[in-house]
Design a protein. Sequence first.
Length: 343
Amino acid sequence: LQQRRGLRLSVPAAIQVTVRDALNQALDEELERDERVFLLGEEVAQYDGAYKISRGLWKKYGDKRVIDTPISEMGFAGIAVGAAMAGLRPVCEFMTFNFSMQAIDQVINSAAKTCYMSAGSIAVPIVFRGPNGASAGVAAQHSQCFAAWYGHCPGLKVVSPWSAEDAKGLLKASIRDDNPVVMLESELLYGVPFEMSEQAQSKEFVIPIGKAKIERQGTHVTLVSHSRSVGHCVEAAAVLSKEGVECEVINLRTIRPMDIETVEASVVKTNHLVTVEGGWPQFGVGAEICARIMEGPAFNYLDAPAVRVTGADVPMPYAKILEDNCIPQVKDIVFAVKKALNI
């Protein structure tokens, strides 16, 4: 009626938001929502974060809520775990998850196992977050994917976002969760803009941990991936669509607990499976997906063996041409799909 009268209605629309800004929004909203939440890590406060994820938060919330730490992952991760046991909700940033190896005892032996060892009487509501997997030109000690490592450990939840909505919704859900959560981000996605829906712009927007998302519907083959590889799968699906092959692209979002039901339902429909990840092949996320499909009801629907696309089974080289050939590319996914479909 208002439109007929010539009045212009204001309808909130989707906007473009980078992954960096989505993470910043999530931290800002949760710091504001719950005074028990605080952020700590190297350069997160006065410098606004090594990747500017925490930009503006120190000025807004002060020294007690956004804390610069010494370069000592074992130390500040231990402080964060103790704070979580005492009732606070810390967000512990690693400048890269490669450096979380300095704090592996705190993450696994202290955070992941305490709830079980205390018969549920001590919760450890903590988020360990930061960039994971390959970056650009930083070689082996800054480029490893730890999805399989942390996904291996009971007691942890592990999330791995792709889009801005993934990043915001999963970080907010992780901060609110009463269990320790490892959030594996991609440095190469921080500056990438994604469309963010009106719903995702809400302060109460969360994405349930343990639920995958179908990014593209398809009928011929199922592509399953997480983090930056999801984008490569979407691109590969667009290329293959021009050749008459329709790929169903599944964004895992969560590594543990894994939403294998969504993958199974897709395989039952498409009869083919290709997994894609930036990590190493042996004992990887793709290996786990293939094993779970083999052990479950969807195995009987496969018309061909599942195919894995992974990072090369070597430490990341420094030289760019070698680095490019160590990381799954769109052409590798296209090749794997054609192999699975025998075309």
